[in-house]
Design a protein around this ligand. Structure first.
Ligand SMILES: NC(=O)c1ccc[n+]([C@@H]2O[C@H](COP(=O)([O-])OP(=O)(O)OC[C@H]3O[C@@H](n4cnc5c(N)ncnc54)[C@H](OP(=O)(O)O)[C@@H]3O)[C@@H](O)[C@H]2O)c1
Length: 292
């Protein structure tokens, strides 16, 4: 075990498989205290046991949460705060694509809730602990797919029109709006915020949903990166001294690169921030919309 992350407390969502699992594994191998988040207790505990055994690091734990539920995200944040008074690295990674439009327990479109709202709310509820742990880092897993996204502010829940791929792309653009806006708000705090594109990776992505995406990723598997390769940029952003102090950037293959022109629209990023706050405030985040 190398000890470069010893004493650092890290939280990785979506760490039961794919890129998140590799990231949690690598951070544990560098000596960090790692909390992984998964929604399935048995699958999550199996990953904890596997990482502990492979790295020899006993400081790996599981917290169970369904990140598509706002109540569950809030409970997760409360539990993290109860267990840890420091949080040096938050990796917002859990995400998925859905062929057909689905609605969460909060009445929200599922891609938006999981891929965007969970990043936003978990970060918001932990940001004071992260600030108090500075130097600290937030890594948001986005995607090159963001370049095809477009936020329809008048239809954030995709009620008027739903195309699974485009809604996914939009959620990844929302990850960039969130990253850049949060970086502006945290400037000077010692907390950096960056977005990562892992590249096309053979993971569980697309397997959760029936139909086209499932077939696409199954047929494409030989041409995709391994999860280990896909996780490299996340691990780099979470742990490398090379990016100490670097914030508000988009990384691919461990290099900063420009994201789409649209993703730098500051007015859109602020507008999304304010609308997201409005949705997530209060006991009833959003009324279930009548289906058309
Ligand atoms: N794979 C790619 O080619 C690719 C490319 C660009 C970006 N990305 C991004 O990379 C991130 C990780 O994806 P991946 O490729 O590693 O996919 P994955 O293998 O399907 O992993 C997704 C992770 O998210 C978790 N998750 C899904 N829904 C959840 C929920 N409601 N509550 C809590 N956890 C939930 C999954 O848990 P379960 O084990 O319970 O399902 C799993 O641990 C995503 O943000 C994705 O958009 C992936």
């Amino acid at each position: 075990m190398d000890e470069t992350m010893k004493g650092r407390v890290c939280l990785v969502t979506g760490a039961t498989q794919g890129i998140g699992r590799e990231t949690a594994h690598a951070l544990a191998a560098r000596g960090a205290r790692v909390t992984i988040v998964g929604r399935d207790p048995a699958r999550g505990q199996a990953v904890v046991d596997e990482i502990r055994a492979a790295t020899g690091n006993p400081a790996v734990e599981l917290l169970v949460a369904d990140l598509s539920s706002l109540a569950s995200v809030r409970a997760l944040a409360a539990e993290v705060r109860k267990r840890h008074d420091k949080l040096h690295v938050l990796v917002n990674n859990a995400g998925a694509i859905f062929t057909r439009r689905e609605v969460t327990v909060d009445g929200l479109e599922r891609t938006f809730a999981l891929n965007h709202l969970a990043y936003f709310v978990l970060t918001e509820l932990l940001v004071d602990v992260i600030r108090a742990s500075a130097p600290a880092r937030i890594v948001n897993v986005a995607s090159g797919a963001h370049s095809r996204g477009r936020v329809h502010f008048e239809d954030l829940q995709s009620e008027k029109h739903y195309n699974g791929m485009l809604v996914y792309c939009t959620s990844k653009l929302e990850n960039l709006y969130f990253t850049y806006e949060l970086a502006r708000r945290l400037a000077g705090s010692g907390v950096t915020v960056n977005a990562a594109h892992p590249g096309p990776v053979a993971t569980g992505w697309g397997h959760n949903t029936p139909g086209f995406f499932n077939v696409l990723v199954t047929l494409g598997k030989p041409f995709l990166r391994t999860p280990k390769k896909g996780a490299e940029t996340l691990i780099y952003l979470a742990s490398s001294p090379e990016v100490e102090g670097v914030s508000g950037r988009y990384f691919f293959n461990c290099r900063a690169k420009r994201s789409s022109r649209r993703s730098y629209d500051e007015a859109a990023a602020r507008r999304l921030w304010e609308m997201t706050e409005a949705i997530t405030r209060g006991p009833s985040p959003a009324p279930a919309a009548p289906s058309t």
